[in-house]
Design a protein around this ligand. Structure first.
Ligand code: IMP
Ligand code: MG
Length: 185
């Protein structure tokens, strides 16, 4: 599937890449100020956060390290199962460290609220969340998201790391897919 055929599945470009780039720069500046003098551990949630994490880290002017977790809450469909499972745990010991979780999108919030509870038990010096997107209308768990890029409506979005059934992650913009593409929505 090439870019043209992927864009053919798109109903609407919701956030153009240039706007994302600007927002990610702002987030990086805020994070740099807030953690000035500290060393950060960025924890990316696989696989959707990879794109925003790679752009964001280059806008953080601090010593930082990376780690990743893979958690499952969704299958290949578009709605939360409510079942959260750690598929890949951290390599790093986070005790005493400043941990910033990087997520692509917070939908119901069930995945991250589970993750935050579980990581807090490992005694980090601090634990905050940075998410590129949030769908506030769908929230089912309370979450403090310190660094948020954009709020989006209750539509299934793809691109800039976000997928539908594994595809569309390499689209440069955040896009709404055509309804007929999403079979189980
Ligand atoms: P939550 O537990 O419902 O907050 O699920 C969050 C996860 O669901 C995100 O990390 C995404 O992987 C996935 N997700 C939620 N909404 C979308 C969407 O609109 N497009 C792509 N993935 C989504
Ligand atoms: Mg995800």
């Amino acid at each position: 599937m090439n870019m043209d055929s992927m864009m053919g599945d798109v109903a609407e470009v919701l956030i153009p890449g240039a706007e994302i780039e600007e927002k990610v720069r702002d987030l990086g500046e805020r994070i740099t100020k807030d953690y000035w003098g500290e060393k950060l551990l960025l924890v990316g949630i696989l696989r959707g956060a990879v794109v925003v994490m790679s752009d964001l880290m280059r806008n953080i002017n601090l010593p930082c390290e990376l780690d990743f977790m893979d958690i499952s809450s969704y299958g290949s469909g578009t709605s939360s199962s409510g079942v959260v499972r750690i598929l890949k745990d951290l390599e790093e010991n986070i005790s005493g460290r400043h941990v910033l979780i990087i997520e692509d999108i917070i939908d119901t919030g069930l995945t991250l609220s589970y993750l935050v509870r579980s990581l807090k038990q490992r005694d980090p010096a601090s634990l905050e969340i940075c998410s590129l997107l949030s769908k506030p209308s769908r929230r089912r768990a309370r979450l403090d998201v310190k660094y948020l890029g954009f709020e989006v409506p209750d539509e299934f979005v793809v691109g800039y790391g976000l997928d539908y059934a594994g595809s569309y992650r390499n689209l440069p913009d955040i896009c709404i897919l055509k309804k007929e593409i999403i079979s189980d929505a």
